[in-house]
Design a protein around this ligand. Structure first.
Ligand SMILES: C[S@@+](CC[C@H](N)C(=O)[O-])C[C@H]1O[C@@H](n2cnc3c(N)ncnc32)[C@H](O)[C@@H]1O
Length: 337
């Protein structure tokens, strides 16, 4: 298999090189919008709408900062599957720019890894990344609008239920019916195959409680604003269904067995390097763009200073900014028979 984009009913061997199809994503079908958020929460149609294509560089930078944690997660999944399990096909659902798709291809050298996403520009990034890393022939991409595109024939050219490992990070929460989506993901697994959804953890931390400007405790108020926005986003998704977000229970309800979880830490201490500062700047800039009615004037002023590239108090220059986050991965196995 070569590094390729899979379209529609594409069969193995009919590889199509990456091609931008902007008509497919200018119609707003995969504009779900989200403000800056390290853990991916965020949106509003109008207020919470996300243009994933515009977020491409931000998503890739975010994932690259997490690379050591992503590699540890992939190793955990390899251990979880066990040495006797042959892993031939891996799907990364809502892959974004394919950083984890490539990590999974590296971790499972006998497998093809397929990045599945609704944003063609992100899939192009995934292909370019795979080529840069020498993974041509090991990584494929497939354009699919979810949840409809999860219908097995649309995602899996070989027919339903042929994935040995299915990874999905921060994508299920962008679908209206999260429980339904988990059920559909389970259907894509072979018996004994492993589903891993990265949907939990802790909100990202990046500033001390007192940053010397504005009222202390800004980080907690930003968390609250993001939770508010996240609520709006969930409520405004097409087909939005409220569910108790007990992920282990949701995985069991989807028919999975042997359900468990593990958590990986991203710990970048101060002083941050350039890429981490750039990530924080874009995170806070996106948050600022969505926060007008969620923060008071003083906090908005503090945010304005934090995202001022020339201000010594800004995140590009201040010495005390750090990055700390915890990502929880929930796992379950599709029972045999
Ligand atoms: C927060 S990003 C996560 C990207 C990557 N998995 C990561 O963890 O860095 C969510 C991804 O899901 C995709 N996505 C969201 N809603 C979608 C939908 N309805 N259909 C297809 N893809 C969707 C977006 O294009 C985006 O790449």
């Amino acid at each position: 298999m070569s590094t390729h984009r899979e379209h529609g009913q594409h069969q193995h061997g009919q590889h199509q090189q990456s091609q931008h199809q902007h008509g497919q994503h200018d119609d707003g079908r995969h504009r779900h919008g989200a403000p800056a958020q390290g853990n991916g929460h965020g949106h509003d149609h109008g207020r919470t709408e996300i243009d994933w294509e515009v977020m491409a560089a931000h998503l890739e930078r975010n994932a690259e900062l997490q690379l050591p944690a992503l590699r540890r997660a992939a190793a955990r999944l390899r251990d979880r599957l066990g040495p006797d399990r042959e892993v031939r096909r891996i799907l990364d659902i809502g892959s974004g720019p394919g950083v984890m798709t490539c990590v999974l291809a590296e971790t499972f050298p006998g497998a093809e890894a397929v990045a599945v996403d609704g944003a063609p520009g992100l899939l192009d990034r995934a292909l370019a990344r795979a080529e840069r890393l020498g993974l041509t022939g090991r990584v494929a991409v497939r354009h699919a609008e979810l949840p409809a595109g999860l219908a097995a024939a649309d995602v899996d050219a070989d027919g339903p239920g042929t994935a040995d490992l299915l990874w999905s990070s921060r994508a299920v929460h962008h679908l209206g019916d999260q429980q339904g989506a988990l059920g559909a993901l389970t259907e894509l697994l072979r018996p004994g195959g492993l589903l891993a959804v990265a949907e939990g953890g802790l909100p990202m931390r990046y500033l001390p409680r007192d940053i010397g400007i504005g009222r202390p405790g800004l980080q907690a108020r930003l968390d609250a604003a993001q939770e508010h926005w996240y609520d709006r986003m969930r409520a405004e998704l097409p087909g939005s269904v409220a569910v108790v977000e007990d992920w282990p229970a949701m995985l069991r309800n989807a028919g999975l067995a042997d359900v468990g979880s593990f958590t990986t830490l991203v710990d970048l201490p101060a002083p941050l390097d350039g890429p981490a500062r750039e990530f924080l700047l874009s995170h806070l800039t996106r948050l600022r763009g969505a926060a007008d009615d969620l923060l008071d004037a003083e906090d908005l002023g503090t945010l304005d200073l934090l995202i001022d590239p020339a201000a010594p108090e800004g995140v590009l220059l201040r010495p005390d900014a750090f990055l700390l986050s915890a990502v929880t991965v929930f796992t379950g196995v599709r029972p045999s028979g």
